[in-house]
Design a protein around this ligand. Structure first.
Ligand code: GRG
Length: 293
C-alpha cells in the first residue's frame, strides 16, 4: 500500500486534534472571558506541529492515532500557553500572534497570565482523562511536566532572558534553543511513543529525533525572524534583534545557520530509521527546513 503523503497526514492530524481541543476547552457561557482568551490563542490556526509529532511517534511504534490524541491535544495546549505568556508585556511585549492580536491586547495582561495558567493545567487533565487506559500514563505525565518545566521549556526561557545583550556564544544559544523549543518537540515524540506502547529503546530513539529536529526548528525560526516581515510570519519579526536576543544566525551568520539546520535535520533523520513511520518523520523534518512561517 502506498504511504500516505505528508500533506494528507498533516490535514488529518490537524482535524483530529482540533476536534479534541474544541471538546476540552471551556465555553464562554460557563467561564466568560477566560474561555474566550483560552480559545483565542488555541483555536487561531498555528501549524499544529507538536501534535503531528505526537501522532507520528505513536504510529512509529505501531500505535493507533486514538491512543495518542489526548497527548497531542495536551502538547498543543502547553505550546499555546507558552506563546501566550511569551508575548506578554513582561516577556517579549508582542502585538501579533498567528496573524491576530495577542491575548493581552484583547483581554488585558492579568487575563493573559490566567488564560495561560488555565491552558497549562488543562493540558494535564486532557492527558490524564483523554488517553485510553495505558500502563505508561504515569511516565507520560512526568515527561510532560519535565519537558515543559524548569529543566525544559521554562528553563530555556529563563536562560534566554538572562542572555539578552550578552556576547554571542554558540554553546549558550544551543542550550537556550534546546530548552525553550526542542524540549517540547522531544517530549511530543516521547509521549506519542509511550501512548503507542513503544519499547524503551524506540521511545528514546524518537525523543532524540525530536530533540535534533527541535533545535533545527528554532534555528530556522531565528533565520525567518531576521528575513521575513510580520505578515509573512503571522507574528512580530525582528523581535530578536529588538530585544537583544542571542540567536543562531547572530553568532554564525545566516548562511552558516542554514547549513547547521540542514546538518541537524540529517543527523536527526538517522534516529527516524527502523520504525513504522520513517517516511513521514523524514518528510516532516524536510518541511521544517523549507517552512516560511
Ligand atoms: C511562565 C510567565 C511564563 C512564561 C513562560 C515558557 C515560555 C514563557 C515561553 C516559551 C518559549 C517560546 C515561546 C519559545 C518559542 C518556540 C517557538 C519556535 C514557537 C513558535 O512555534 P510554531 O512556529 O508556532 O510551531 P505555531 O503558531 O505555528 O504553533
Amino acid at each position: 500500500m502506498a504511504e500516505e503523503s505528508l500533506d494528507a497526514f498533516l490535514e488529518s492530524s490537524r482535524n483530529l486534534v482540533d476536534e479534541v481541543l474544541d471538546r476540552w476547552l471551556p465555553g464562554e457561557p460557563e467561564c466568560g472571558e477566560l474561555a474566550l482568551a483560552m480559545r483565542h490563542i488555541v483555536m487561531s490556526g498555528g501549524k499544529r506541529f507538536r501534535p503531528a509529532l505526537v501522532l507520528l511517534g505513536c504510529r512509529d511504534v505501531g500505535g493507533r492515532d486514538e491512543d495518542a490524541l489526548g497527548a497531542a491535544a495536551a502538547m498543543e495546549m502547553v505550546h499555546a500557553y507558552s506563546l501566550l505568556h511569551d508575548d506578554l508585556p513582561c516577556m517579549d511585549d508582542a502585538s501579533l500572534r498567528r496573524g491576530r492580536p495577542c491575548v493581552h491586547l484583547l483581554y488585558g495582561e492579568a487575563m493573559g497570565v490566567l488564560a495561560g495558567d488555565g491552558l497549562l493545567t488543562l493540558a494535564f487533565e486532557v492527558l490524564a482523562r483523554g488517553t485510553p487506559a495505558n500502563e505508561s500514563i504515569g511516565a507520560m505525565t512526568a515527561a510532560l511536566a519535565r519537558g515543559a518545566g524548569w529543566d525544559g521549556m521554562v528553563g530555556g526561557q529563563v536562560l534566554d532572558l538572562a542572555a539578552e545583550g550578552c556576547e554571542p556564544d554558540l554553546a549558550q544559544v544551543r542550550e537556550i534553543h534546546l530548552g525553550k523549543t526542542a524540549a517540547l518537540m522531544a517530549t511530543s515524540l516521547r509521549l506519542g511513543a509511550l501512548a503507542g506502547g513503544g519499547e524503551a529503546a524506540d521511545v528514546d530513539r524518537l525523543e532524540l529525533f525530536g530533540r535534533g529536529l527541535g533545535l533545527a526548528f528554532q534555528i530556522v525560526d531565528d533565520v525567518l525572524d531576521e528575513s521575513l516581515d510580520p505578515v509573512q510570519m503571522g507574528k512580530d519579526t525582528g523581535a530578536d534583534a529588538d530585544n537583544n536576543k542571542l540567536t543562531w544566525p547572530g553568532v554564525v551568520g545566516l548562511t552558516q545557520a542554514k547549513a547547521d539546520a540542514r546538518q541537524l535535520v540529517d543527523e536527526s533523520c538517522a534516529h527516524a530509521e527502523g520504525g513504522q513511520a520513517t517516511g513521514l518523520l523524514v518528510a516532516l523534518a524536510e518541511k521544517v527546513l523549507s517552512r516560511q512561517n
